[in-house]
Design a protein around this ligand. Structure first.
Ligand SMILES: C[S@@+](CC[C@H](N)C(=O)[O-])C[C@H]1O[C@@H](n2cnc3c(N)ncnc32)[C@H](O)[C@@H]1O
Length: 261
Protein backbone atom coordinates (compact mmCIF):
# COMPACT_ATOMS: atom_id res chain seq x y z
CA UNK A 1 0.00 0.00 0.00
CA UNK A 2 2.38 2.69 1.19
CA UNK A 3 6.03 3.43 1.71
CA UNK A 4 6.53 6.15 4.30
CA UNK A 5 9.70 8.22 4.56
CA UNK A 6 9.82 9.11 8.23
CA UNK A 7 12.04 11.86 9.64
CA UNK A 8 13.36 10.91 13.07
CA UNK A 9 14.75 14.31 14.03
CA UNK A 10 18.41 14.81 15.00
CA UNK A 11 18.75 11.67 17.13
CA UNK A 12 16.93 12.38 20.40
CA UNK A 13 14.11 9.83 20.41
CA UNK A 14 11.79 12.42 22.00
CA UNK A 15 12.21 14.75 19.03
CA UNK A 16 10.33 12.49 16.60
CA UNK A 17 6.88 13.81 15.65
CA UNK A 18 3.71 12.20 17.00
CA UNK A 19 2.78 11.22 13.45
CA UNK A 20 6.23 9.76 12.77
CA UNK A 21 6.00 7.65 15.90
CA UNK A 22 2.54 6.35 15.05
CA UNK A 23 3.62 5.42 11.49
CA UNK A 24 6.58 3.48 12.88
CA UNK A 25 4.48 1.70 15.46
CA UNK A 26 1.98 0.51 12.86
CA UNK A 27 4.40 -0.30 10.00
CA UNK A 28 4.89 -3.91 8.98
CA UNK A 29 8.59 -3.33 8.39
CA UNK A 30 10.78 -0.36 9.35
CA UNK A 31 13.96 -0.06 7.28
CA UNK A 32 16.92 1.84 8.69
CA UNK A 33 19.89 3.06 6.64
CA UNK A 34 22.39 3.16 9.52
CA UNK A 35 23.22 2.43 13.14
CA UNK A 36 22.17 5.84 14.51
CA UNK A 37 18.76 5.86 12.86
CA UNK A 38 18.25 2.25 13.89
CA UNK A 39 18.98 3.21 17.52
CA UNK A 40 16.20 5.84 17.47
CA UNK A 41 13.72 3.57 15.63
CA UNK A 42 14.33 0.80 18.17
CA UNK A 43 12.71 3.01 20.80
CA UNK A 44 9.39 2.64 18.98
CA UNK A 45 9.43 -0.67 17.10
CA UNK A 46 10.15 -4.25 18.06
CA UNK A 47 13.24 -6.06 16.81
CA UNK A 48 11.03 -8.23 14.56
CA UNK A 49 9.68 -5.13 12.73
CA UNK A 50 13.16 -3.93 11.74
CA UNK A 51 14.34 -4.61 8.20
CA UNK A 52 17.98 -4.74 7.15
CA UNK A 53 19.40 -2.92 4.16
CA UNK A 54 23.00 -2.80 3.02
CA UNK A 55 24.47 0.45 1.70
CA UNK A 56 27.98 0.70 0.30
CA UNK A 57 30.09 3.69 1.41
CA UNK A 58 30.91 4.83 -2.11
CA UNK A 59 30.62 7.78 -4.46
CA UNK A 60 30.61 5.49 -7.50
CA UNK A 61 27.31 6.27 -9.23
CA UNK A 62 26.86 2.82 -10.84
CA UNK A 63 27.42 1.11 -7.53
CA UNK A 64 25.01 3.52 -5.84
CA UNK A 65 22.31 2.89 -8.46
CA UNK A 66 22.74 -0.88 -8.00
CA UNK A 67 22.48 -0.53 -4.21
CA UNK A 68 19.30 1.59 -4.40
CA UNK A 69 17.71 -0.78 -6.92
CA UNK A 70 18.42 -3.66 -4.54
CA UNK A 71 16.98 -1.65 -1.62
CA UNK A 72 13.84 -0.77 -3.59
CA UNK A 73 13.42 -4.43 -4.63
CA UNK A 74 13.60 -5.45 -0.97
CA UNK A 75 11.13 -2.79 0.22
CA UNK A 76 8.58 -2.76 -2.64
CA UNK A 77 6.83 -6.09 -1.87
CA UNK A 78 6.22 -5.02 1.76
CA UNK A 79 5.00 -1.60 0.61
CA UNK A 80 2.66 -3.16 -2.00
CA UNK A 81 1.04 -5.57 0.43
CA UNK A 82 1.14 -3.51 3.61
CA UNK A 83 3.03 -0.62 5.12
CA UNK A 84 6.76 -0.06 4.99
CA UNK A 85 8.67 2.80 6.58
CA UNK A 86 12.14 4.05 5.76
CA UNK A 87 13.62 6.26 8.45
CA UNK A 88 16.21 8.99 8.18
CA UNK A 89 17.81 11.26 10.74
CA UNK A 90 16.49 14.82 10.49
CA UNK A 91 14.05 15.36 7.65
CA UNK A 92 13.67 12.88 4.74
CA UNK A 93 13.69 15.70 2.18
CA UNK A 94 16.76 17.58 3.42
CA UNK A 95 20.14 16.27 2.17
CA UNK A 96 18.84 12.77 2.77
CA UNK A 97 19.24 9.20 1.53
CA UNK A 98 15.47 8.95 1.25
CA UNK A 99 15.58 10.93 -2.02
CA UNK A 100 17.49 8.05 -3.68
CA UNK A 101 14.93 5.54 -2.49
CA UNK A 102 11.96 7.70 -3.53
CA UNK A 103 13.30 8.20 -7.07
CA UNK A 104 14.13 4.49 -7.45
CA UNK A 105 10.71 3.35 -6.20
CA UNK A 106 8.92 5.89 -8.43
CA UNK A 107 10.88 4.64 -11.43
CA UNK A 108 10.64 0.86 -10.92
CA UNK A 109 7.59 0.37 -8.65
CA UNK A 110 5.08 3.08 -9.64
CA UNK A 111 2.21 1.19 -7.94
CA UNK A 112 3.74 1.88 -4.52
CA UNK A 113 2.29 4.95 -2.84
CA UNK A 114 4.79 7.25 -1.19
CA UNK A 115 4.23 9.51 1.78
CA UNK A 116 6.69 11.61 3.74
CA UNK A 117 6.46 12.46 7.43
CA UNK A 118 8.72 15.47 8.03
CA UNK A 119 11.20 15.53 10.87
CA UNK A 120 13.11 18.14 12.87
CA UNK A 121 16.08 18.88 10.62
CA UNK A 122 19.54 19.95 11.76
CA UNK A 123 18.96 22.96 9.55
CA UNK A 124 16.48 24.23 12.16
CA UNK A 125 17.62 22.37 15.32
CA UNK A 126 21.04 24.10 15.21
CA UNK A 127 19.39 27.44 16.07
CA UNK A 128 18.12 26.16 19.41
CA UNK A 129 21.35 24.30 20.18
CA UNK A 130 23.44 27.41 19.45
CA UNK A 131 21.04 29.89 21.06
CA UNK A 132 20.73 31.68 17.72
CA UNK A 133 17.59 33.41 16.49
CA UNK A 134 17.04 33.62 12.75
CA UNK A 135 14.84 36.67 12.68
CA UNK A 136 12.09 37.17 10.12
CA UNK A 137 13.43 38.42 6.81
CA UNK A 138 16.96 37.03 7.31
CA UNK A 139 18.79 35.32 4.49
CA UNK A 140 19.92 31.81 5.49
CA UNK A 141 21.70 29.51 3.06
CA UNK A 142 22.32 25.76 3.48
CA UNK A 143 25.52 24.32 1.98
CA UNK A 144 28.00 21.49 2.44
CA UNK A 145 31.54 22.03 3.68
CA UNK A 146 33.20 18.65 3.52
CA UNK A 147 36.95 18.04 3.44
CA UNK A 148 37.91 21.59 4.41
CA UNK A 149 35.61 23.40 1.98
CA UNK A 150 34.19 26.80 2.93
CA UNK A 151 31.42 28.16 0.73
CA UNK A 152 31.34 31.90 1.21
CA UNK A 153 29.12 34.74 0.06
CA UNK A 154 25.77 34.84 1.88
CA UNK A 155 25.45 36.63 5.24
CA UNK A 156 24.32 33.52 7.11
CA UNK A 157 25.26 29.95 6.30
CA UNK A 158 24.35 26.58 7.76
CA UNK A 159 27.04 24.11 6.76
CA UNK A 160 26.59 20.33 6.79
CA UNK A 161 29.31 17.67 6.66
CA UNK A 162 32.03 19.81 8.24
CA UNK A 163 34.61 17.04 8.33
CA UNK A 164 37.78 19.21 8.59
CA UNK A 165 36.79 21.90 11.06
CA UNK A 166 40.20 23.68 11.41
CA UNK A 167 40.63 24.15 7.62
CA UNK A 168 37.02 25.24 7.06
CA UNK A 169 37.31 27.59 10.06
CA UNK A 170 40.45 29.28 8.75
CA UNK A 171 38.81 29.99 5.38
CA UNK A 172 35.55 31.24 6.91
CA UNK A 173 37.20 33.58 9.43
CA UNK A 174 39.48 34.95 6.71
CA UNK A 175 36.34 35.77 4.73
CA UNK A 176 34.99 37.69 7.75
CA UNK A 177 32.54 35.20 9.30
CA UNK A 178 31.89 34.44 12.96
CA UNK A 179 31.44 30.68 13.20
CA UNK A 180 29.94 28.27 15.73
CA UNK A 181 30.13 24.49 15.43
CA UNK A 182 27.89 21.77 16.79
CA UNK A 183 28.67 18.10 16.98
CA UNK A 184 26.05 15.38 17.57
CA UNK A 185 23.33 17.84 18.56
CA UNK A 186 20.30 16.34 20.29
CA UNK A 187 21.65 12.82 19.89
CA UNK A 188 20.79 10.20 22.50
CA UNK A 189 23.80 8.46 24.01
CA UNK A 190 26.37 10.80 22.47
CA UNK A 191 28.30 13.77 23.79
CA UNK A 192 27.06 17.04 22.27
CA UNK A 193 29.67 19.73 21.68
CA UNK A 194 28.87 23.35 20.79
CA UNK A 195 31.95 25.52 20.40
CA UNK A 196 33.63 28.29 18.43
CA UNK A 197 37.05 26.69 18.99
CA UNK A 198 38.00 24.71 15.86
CA UNK A 199 40.75 22.82 17.68
CA UNK A 200 38.16 21.29 20.03
CA UNK A 201 36.70 19.56 16.96
CA UNK A 202 39.90 18.77 15.09
CA UNK A 203 39.00 15.07 15.05
CA UNK A 204 36.78 14.20 12.10
CA UNK A 205 33.13 13.49 12.85
CA UNK A 206 30.56 13.46 10.07
CA UNK A 207 27.80 14.66 12.43
CA UNK A 208 29.15 18.18 12.64
CA UNK A 209 27.27 21.30 11.58
CA UNK A 210 28.45 24.91 11.45
CA UNK A 211 26.66 28.23 11.53
CA UNK A 212 28.56 31.12 9.96
CA UNK A 213 27.40 34.72 10.18
CA UNK A 214 28.86 37.98 8.95
CA UNK A 215 28.96 40.35 11.97
CA UNK A 216 26.66 43.35 11.82
CA UNK A 217 24.09 41.81 9.51
CA UNK A 218 21.36 41.54 12.14
CA UNK A 219 18.42 43.86 11.73
CA UNK A 220 17.06 44.68 15.18
CA UNK A 221 13.47 43.43 15.46
CA UNK A 222 10.83 45.68 17.07
CA UNK A 223 11.04 43.86 20.41
CA UNK A 224 14.84 44.36 20.67
CA UNK A 225 14.28 47.80 22.24
CA UNK A 226 11.64 48.80 24.78
CA UNK A 227 13.14 52.10 25.95
CA UNK A 228 12.50 52.81 29.62
CA UNK A 229 9.24 50.88 29.99
CA UNK A 230 8.97 48.63 33.04
CA UNK A 231 7.00 45.46 33.68
CA UNK A 232 4.36 47.61 35.41
CA UNK A 233 3.97 49.75 32.26
CA UNK A 234 3.57 46.54 30.27
CA UNK A 235 0.80 45.45 32.62
CA UNK A 236 -0.98 48.78 32.28
CA UNK A 237 -0.73 48.64 28.51
CA UNK A 238 -1.94 45.02 28.60
CA UNK A 239 -4.97 46.05 30.68
CA UNK A 240 -5.77 48.93 28.30
CA UNK A 241 -5.49 46.60 25.32
CA UNK A 242 -7.77 44.02 26.98
CA UNK A 243 -10.33 46.76 27.67
CA UNK A 244 -10.07 48.03 24.08
CA UNK A 245 -10.41 44.44 22.74
CA UNK A 246 -13.58 43.85 24.75
CA UNK A 247 -15.00 47.15 23.47
CA UNK A 248 -14.22 46.01 19.90
CA UNK A 249 -11.43 48.63 19.51
CA UNK A 250 -8.40 46.33 19.79
CA UNK A 251 -7.18 46.94 16.26
CA UNK A 252 -7.34 50.72 16.61
CA UNK A 253 -5.53 50.47 19.98
CA UNK A 254 -2.71 48.34 18.52
CA UNK A 255 -2.37 50.73 15.54
CA UNK A 256 -2.01 53.62 17.96
CA UNK A 257 0.66 51.75 19.97
CA UNK A 258 2.58 50.95 16.79
CA UNK A 259 2.58 54.63 15.83
CA UNK A 260 3.92 55.60 19.22
CA UNK A 261 0.54 57.02 20.40
C1 LIG B 1 23.28 13.78 4.82
S1 LIG B 1 22.99 15.17 5.89
C2 LIG B 1 21.46 14.68 6.61
C3 LIG B 1 20.64 15.83 7.09
C4 LIG B 1 19.34 15.39 7.72
N1 LIG B 1 18.44 14.81 6.73
C5 LIG B 1 18.63 16.58 8.39
O1 LIG B 1 17.56 17.00 7.93
O2 LIG B 1 19.17 17.06 9.39
C6 LIG B 1 24.14 14.82 7.14
C7 LIG B 1 24.68 16.07 7.80
O3 LIG B 1 23.69 16.62 8.64
C8 LIG B 1 24.30 17.18 9.79
N2 LIG B 1 23.74 16.50 10.97
C9 LIG B 1 22.77 15.57 10.97
N3 LIG B 1 22.41 15.25 12.23
C10 LIG B 1 23.19 16.02 13.04
C11 LIG B 1 23.28 16.17 14.45
N4 LIG B 1 22.49 15.50 15.28
N5 LIG B 1 24.19 17.06 14.95
C12 LIG B 1 24.98 17.77 14.12
N6 LIG B 1 24.92 17.67 12.77
C13 LIG B 1 24.04 16.81 12.25
C14 LIG B 1 25.79 16.95 9.69
O4 LIG B 1 26.38 18.11 9.16
C15 LIG B 1 25.86 15.80 8.71
O5 LIG B 1 27.08 15.81 8.00
Amino acid sequence: MTLYGVGLGPGDSELITVKGRSVLESADVVYTPGRLSRGVAEEYVSESQLGDLDFPMTRDEDELRRAWKAAAAEIAPTAREGTAAFVTLGDPNVYSTFGHLRRTVERFYPAVELEVVPGVSTVTAFATAFGVEITAGSELVLREADRGAAPIGPDRLVLFKVTDVPTTHEKLTEAGYDVVYGRRLFMDGHETVVTDDPEALAERDYYTVAYAEKPGTDEAPATAAFGTETEADGGAIGDQLAAAESAGDGEAYRDGEAQGR
